[in-house]
Design a protein around this ligand. Structure first.
Ligand code: ASP
Length: 579
C-alpha cells in the first residue's frame, strides 16, 4: 500500500494554498456550518487542520479518516491566530472513513483533568493528547542525545541480562521462579552494577547502556518499579573524568530539548549541602540558606537555645504574609519532622525582633540574630534548636516548604554532590549500612578510620557522588573498589560474613583475582531527567505505560494470578492471604 497521506495535518501553511493534499488522522472536533457543511478539526501528532466537509458524512469524535481536498485561505475574519494552521483550511473534501470509534472514555483536551486510573486504563487514547505526544517525543530526544554523547566519547553499548542473581542497591528484588530448578529464583536487576564492573575487568574500558532497572519499593511521584537509567562505567578514571563524560551527556540532552547549553555543573560536598541546605539533594534554584546561630547562643539564658546546634532561615516578607494559623501549621510540620518546636520572630522596624521568646533573650542575642541572618523589616525569622542532624534536616524541609518554586519555574540547576559518607547508619547489630552500595571506594584520606568501630565509622567519607537537578536526585555513582583485599575488608565491616559474601558476590571477588583495573562509574534516571525537562511533577507523565501508585497496570490488569498448572510446573504453592 502506498502512503495514504501527502501531508501532516499540523504542518500545512498559507504557502500550500492551491495544493491538493491528503491528510489522515483522528476527528478532534466537528462543528456544523450552515445546512450542508461541517467543519472537521482533523488531528495527527503534528497538530490540527480544519477541513470543510459535506454534511452527509456522519463523522464523530475519534473516527479515523483520510481527507483529500484543496488547501485554501480562510475567509477574512475567520483566521485562527492560536492555531499554527489557522490561516488555511482544506476545502472540497473527499472523506474516507478508515475506522470508527465509540465515544472516547474522556475528553482529549489537555485542559480537562481526567482521573489517572481512567487515563491509564485507556492509555492508547490518552497517548493521543498533545501533552503525552510532546512528552514521549521529548523523551526520545533525550534518549537519542544521551546515546550519541556516550558513543562520541568512546563508550561501548553492552547489554546485560535481565535474569540475574541479586544486585544490592538497597531495595527489594523482584524475583522470577525457575522452572528448571524448582525452588530457585532469578532476580530482576536492580541495576547492572556488577556486570558493568565485570565489563571493566573484561577490558571493555568504557561501557554504557540505557538500562532498565527494577526495584520493589513503595511507589511515589518520582519512583516506579521499573525505570530507565543511563548506566556507565570507565576504567583508569576517577571522579573528575566521570563528571566530564556524564556532564557531556546531560549537557547534550538539555541542549537538545531547550536549545540552550548549560555550562560546567558545579560541585558541593555532602557536608556543605547538609550545612547550607539541610539536604543531600539541595534545590539551589532559590537561596534561603541555613545560617549558623549556635555561637550567638553560647551563653544564653533561654533554655530552648541551650542545645548542640541552633540555626535559622529567613522568610522574606513572611511577617506580613503569614498569619498566626499558618505559623502554627509550620510548627506542627517541624514537630512531625522531628524537632521539638519552631522558634519564630517577626522582624520589625529597625531590625528588632518580635516573638514569644524575646523575653528570654539578651540584648546582644536580639541584635545578633537579625544581623547574622540579614533579616529586614517585614521578614519572618525561623529558628530550630536541637542536635545538628535534626536542625539541618528540619530546617531543610522548612526551607523547601516555604521557598521551593514550581517544577517548571526557576531554570535548571544541576549540581554534583561529592564526598558522601561511606555508611549512612549502624544497624541493630552495630554494623554499618552502606550509603551507596558495598562496592564504593572509601575516601583516601579516611582509610585509617576504617579501623574504628561504632559511631566513628559514620565519619568515613567515600568517593561516591550524586547528580542533583532542582532538588531531585538524578543519579549516583562512585569510584569502585577494585582490590580484593579492600573489598573483603568492607564486606567484613558490613557484617557480611565470608560465606555470605562468597555466595552473593563470589564471582566479583573471584574476578578481582584476575586483574581488575581501577574503575569508576555512574547512573542517572532518564525518567526523572525527562520529567524535569518536560516540566512535569510526576514521572508517570513521561512514561508510556506506567504503573499506578499502588503498583498495578489498569490497562493490562497486571499483576494477575497464574493458573494452578503453571504454579505446579514452577514448583510453587500460593498461601492464602494472611488475615
Ligand atoms: N548502580 C548504581 C545505581 O543504580 C549507580 C552506580 O553506582 O553506577 O544507583
Amino acid at each position: 500500500m502506498t502512503s495514504l497521506r501527502t501531508d501532516y495535518c499540523g504542518l500545512l501553511r498559507a504557502a500550500d494554498t492551491g495544493r491538493v493534499v491528503s491528510v489522515c488522522g483522528w476527528v478532534d472536533r466537528r462543528r456544523e456550518h450552515g445546512e450542508h457543511l461541517a467543519f472537521i478539526d482533523l488531528r495527527d501528532h503534528t497538530g490540527i487542520v480544519q477541513c470543510v466537509v459535506d454534511e452527509k458524512h456522519d463523522l464523530r469524535s475519534e473516527y479515523v479518516v483520510r481527507i483529500t481536498g484543496t488547501v485554501r485561505n480562510r475567509l477574512d475574519g475567520t483566521v485562527n491566530e492560536s492555531l499554527a494552521t489557522g490561516e488555511i483550511e482544506v476545502g472540497d473534501c473527499e472523506v474516507e472513513v478508515l475506522s470508527v470509534s465509540e465515544p472516547p472514555p474522556f475528553p482529549l483536551h489537555d485542559r480537562v483533568d481526567v482521573d489517572e486510573n481512567i487515563r491509564l486504563r485507556h492509555r492508547y487514547v490518552d497517548l493521543r493528547r498533545p501533552r503525552m505526544q510532546a512528552n514521549l517525543r521529548l523523551r526520545a530526544t533525550v534518549n537519542a542525545a544521551v546515546r550519541a554523547a556516550m558513543e562520541r566519547q568512546g563508550f561501548v553499548e553492552v547489554e546485560t541480562p535481565m535474569l540475574v542473581a541479586s544486585t544490592p542497591e538497597g531495595a527489594r528484588d523482584f524475583v522470577v521462579p525457575s522452572r528448571s530448578s524448582p525452588g530457585s529464583f532469578y532476580a530482576l536487576p536492580q541495576s547492572p552494577q556488577l556486570f558493568k564492573q565485570l565489563c571493566m575487568v573484561g577490558g571493555i574500558d568504557r561501557y554504557y547502556q540505557i538500562a532498565r532497572c527494577l526495584r520493589d519499593e513503595d511507589l511515589r511521584a518520582d519512583r516506579q518499579f521499573e525505570f530507565m537509567q543511563l548506566d556507565a562505567e570507565a576504567s583508569f578514571v576517577g571522579q573528575d573524568e566521570v563528571f566530564e563524560f556524564i556532564g557531556e551527556a546531560v549537557r547534550d540532552a538539555t541542549e537538545a530539548v531547550t536549545g540552550n547549553r548549560i555550562g560546567d555543573i558545579p560541585t558541593m560536598t555532602w557536608a556543605d549541602a547538609q550545612e547550607r541546605f539541610g539536604s543531600d539533594k539541595p534545590d539551589v534554584r532559590f537561596g534561603m540558606e541555613l545560617t549558623e546561630l549556635t555561637d550567638v547562643f553560647d551563653a544564653t539564658e533561654a533554655k530552648v537555645f541551650q542545645v548542640d546546634c541552633v540555626k535559622g532561615i529567613v522568610y522574606e516578607g513572611g511577617a506580613r504574609e503569614l498569619g498566626r494559623n499558618a505559623i502554627d501549621d509550620l510548627t506542627d510540620s517541624c514537630k512531625r519532622w522531628g524537632a521539638k518546636g519552631l522558634a519564630w520572630f517577626r522582624v520589625q522596624e529597625g531590625a528588632t525582633l518580635d516573638g514569644a521568646l524575646t523575653k528570654f533573650m539578651s540584648d546582644a542575642e536580639l541584635a545578633a540574630v537579625p544581623e547574622r541572618l540579614g533579616a529586614a523589616e517585614g521578614d519572618l525569622v525561623l529558628i530550630i534548636a536541637d542536635t545538628r542532624r535534626t536542625v539541618n534536616h528540619v530546617l531543610g524541609l522548612l526551607r523547601l516548604e516555604l521557598g521551593r518554586p514550581p517544577v517548571n519555574e526557576g531554570g535548571l540547576d544541576f549540581l554534583w554532590i561529592t564526598d558522601f559518607p561511606l555508611f549512612e547508619a549502624l544497624d541493630e547489630a552495630g554494623n554499618p549500612i552502606p550509603a551507596h552500595h558495598p562496592f564504593t571506594m572509601p575516601h583516601p584520606d579516611d582509610l585509617a578510620l576504617l579501623a574504628e568501630r561504632g559511631d566513628a565509622l559514620l565519619q568515613v567519607r567515600s568517593q561516591a557522588y550524586d547528580l542533583v537537578l532542582n532538588g531531585w536526585e538524578l543519579g549516583s555513582g562512585s569510584v569502585r573498589i577494585h582490590r580484593r583485599d579492600v573489598q573483603s575488608q568492607i564486606f567484613e565491616l558490613l557484617g557480611i560474613a565470608d560465606e555470605e559474601a562468597n555466595a552473593k558476590f563470589g564471582f566479583l571477588l573471584e574476578a578481582f583475582r584476575f586483574g581488575a583495573p581501577p574503575h569508576a562509574g555512574f547512573a542517572f534516571g532518564l525518567d526523572r531527567l525527562v520529567a524535569l525537562l518536560a516540566g512535569e511533577e510526576n514521572i508517570r507523565e513521561v512514561i508510556a505505560y506506567p504503573k499506578t501508585q499502588s503498583g498495578s497496570d489498569p490497562l493490562t490488569n497486571a499483576p494477575t494470578p497464574i493458573d494452578a498448572r503453571h504454579l505446579e510446573e514452577l514448583g510453587l504453592r500460593v498461601l492464602p492471604p494472611a488475615t
